[in-house]
Write a protein of this length. Structure first.
Length: 130
């Protein structure tokens, strides 16, 4: 019996949180998809989204996650993630996290348009250098 070797750098936690995401081609910045969904699991190095279809490996991912509050008396926040698609199939889309930040939420981003950080150009420049 062969043992499967875990290749992930970080321990995954099965957290299902509401998210809005945008996936772009790194070559030309063309938007492949902009949708709402939910996370499947997350770690400090990556996350997996429940997506409707597979996406190309290497696509840029911009994700805004509605982070749950520990108590109701604190203002809600968003976890903003920028990364690259490392795997995508019928089980979802796995994203390697390159940058992340927490920000105070301006209104309910899940009922309106998400306010996307303009990071695509930075990523396109980084990918050309790597």
């Amino acid at each position: 019996m062969a043992l499967s070797r875990e290749r992930r750098a970080g321990r995954r936690y099965p957290l299902k949180m509401h998210a809005a995401y945008r996936l772009l081609l790194r070559e030309d910045g063309r938007i492949l998809s902009q949708a709402r969904g939910q996370t499947v699991d997350i770690s400090h190095t990556g996350l997996r989204l429940d997506t409707l279809k597979p996406y190309p490996i290497g696509a840029t991912a911009e994700i805004v996650i509605e982070w749950p509050n520990a108590t109701d008396d604190r203002p809600p926040v968003q976890l903003r993630v920028v990364g690259w698609v490392v795997r995508s199939d019928e089980h979802g889309t796995a994203v390697k996290i390159l940058r992340h930040s927490f920000k105070g939420r301006q209104g309910d981003f899940l009922t309106g348009n998400a306010i996307w950080p303009d990071l695509s150009k930075e990523l396109l420049t980084e990918s050309a250098e790597n």
